[in-house]
Design a protein around this ligand. Structure first.
Ligand SMILES: Cc1cc2nc3c(=O)[nH]c(=O)nc-3n(C[C@H](O)[C@H](O)[C@H](O)COP(=O)(O)OP(=O)(O)OC[C@H]3O[C@@H](n4cnc5c(N)ncnc54)[C@H](O)[C@@H]3O)c2cc1C
Length: 408
């Protein structure tokens, strides 16, 4: 560093975005302190690790970069600067070998987040990063200092620059509850309302279907809604439906429910079989079998799928039944509460930050991670963008400090 004095940087939020910002800043010689309200860092990352943390995705970058919907154009250069390949190299640099699953999703070989987090915290400690847990950030005082409720009382800090990486507004027990939006809005930062993303949906199942099939997976299906489609698995729940394939369409479904009060999702129960082949199979003589038995034998649909067809009304026969199997309509009337969503849409408006993720209303304060207003399906896109925006915000801090020094 050409400056004699080491710049003091506060990073608030010890999730993937904040810790990544801390890594870049400390490697560049900054004195970095990471604050978090929880007793230990990375709780949502560890939760993501429970079923195997899906770090990123191996699909072509051109496709990858489109997964962020309306935010794709803004995120593209940030993802280019810290790409899925860079994320894999980073994880492997921490000793976590990765593998690519058959769906193209990339995971650590251990299928856990804890070894990665442990190695990461060791590296950060080695780079001099200080971690202050149980520090609940409240906002700024009238002198512009950051204020915290610390374990031993109020704490105020006036760093040279700040990175906010406070997460979204779901799973509050893991630390992020979106309460950070209040001090930011008060200071003129545009905040888009929080909405559930990658969430389950409420369907009006009959009591019998709910009781018998709540918790049963629907495997190898395809979903269609408003010209979008997704293949994969879902789960029938007591309240409706959730799971990977549903999450992939969750933004469009949520927006339609908000607009029209409902969304009619079409489920293709046999995506690997054409409608005419199904019609052919279903037009053969039933030879005294009940329709349900005939249907099961002819199509190999599991009981949950056969009964899902019945939820749509009396079963037709022949070609009409084949058409129903290729697109059984399920009416969704609400999202699951935001608390139970995997992630959230909304947060700091992308118009409120510049290309280096500095808040336009608050020079020297940068924002990263899920607290920014972008959303993406599950598949590694959430962690990838959280890490990449952490990198971008840290580089933004370095560029901003360098530009200020040049002016001084
Ligand atoms: C069950 C589950 C499974 C998931 N699985 C995957 C997956 O496999 N792949 C994937 O890509 N994504 C997954 N995600 C999403 C992913 O974990 C998040 O998108 C990611 O952790 C966001 O990172 P972040 O750093 O922005 O925020 P977070 O990880 O939420 O970190 C924010 C931090 O800020 C702290 N904080 C918040 N407010 C304050 C405050 N006022 N003062 C002090 N500290 C504060 C919090 O305590 C927290 O530690 C999953 C999420 C869940 C809930």
């Amino acid at each position: 560093m050409d400056d004699q004095r080491q710049h003091q940087i506060a990073v608030i939020g010890a999730g993937p975005a904040g810790l990544m910002a801390a890594e870049i800043l400390s490697a560049a010689g900054m004195a970095v302190t990471v604050y978090d309200r929880m007793p230990s860092p990375g709780r949502k990352l560890l939760m993501a690790g429970r079923g195997g943390p899906n770090l990123t995705h191996s699909e072509a970058f051109e496709t990858f970069a489109t997964r962020y919907g309306a935010a794709s154009e803004r995120l593209r250069p940030i993802l280019e600067a810290f790409s899925p390949a860079a994320l894999v190299a980073w994880a492997e640099g921490l000793g976590e070998q990765t593998f690519t699953g058959s769906s193209g999703r990339i995971f650590p070989r251990t299928m856990k987040a804890s070894p990665l987090l442990r190695a990461w915290l060791r590296r950060l400690g080695g780079q001099g990063v200080e971690l202050r847990t149980r520090h609940d950030w409240l906002g700024w005082d009238d002198k512009g200092a950051l204020t915290f409720r610390g374990p031993d009382g109020p704490v105020t800090v006036k760093p040279d620059a700040t990175v906010l990486a406070l997460g979204g507004a779901s799973w509050a027990k893991l630390g992020s509850d979106g309460s950070w939006s209040v001090p930011l809005e008060t200071r003129g930062v545009g905040i888009e309302p929080f909405q559930p993303s990658n969430c389950g949906f409420v369907a009006d199942w009959s009591p019998l279907f709910r009781a018998r099939f709540g918790g049963t997976p629907l495997k190898g299906i395809a979903l269609r809604f408003e010209g979008q489609s997704a293949r994969g698995d879902a789960v029938v729940t007591h309240y409706g439906i959730e799971g990977g394939a549903v999450y992939a369409l969750s933004a469009a479904l949520r927006d339609a429910i908000e607009r029209d009060g409902k969304a009619v999702l079409e489920i293709d129960l046999r995506p690997d079989m054409t409608r005419s082949r199904l019609t052919d199979k279903l037009s053969r003589p039933a030879k005294g079998q009940s329709l349900a038995t005939f249907l099961r034998k002819a199509t190999h649909l599991p009981p949950v799928a056969v009964n899902l067809l019945r939820e749509a009304g009396d079963l037709p026969s022949g070609g009409a039944l084949a058409a129903l199997i290729k697109g059984v309509p399920v009416t969704l009337t609400a999202t699951q509460p935001i608390e139970r969503a995997i992630s959230t849409a909304g947060g700091v408006s992308l118009d409120a930050v510049d290309d280096d993720l500095m808040l336009r209303a608050l020079p020297g304060v940068f924002a990263a991670g899920e607290m920014l207003d972008w959303e993406a399906p599950t598949g590694g896109y959430l962690l990838q963008a959280s890490f990449a925006t952490g990198v971008a915000a840290a580089r933004g801090v370095l560029a901003w400090l360098a530009a200020r020094k040049a002016i001084d």
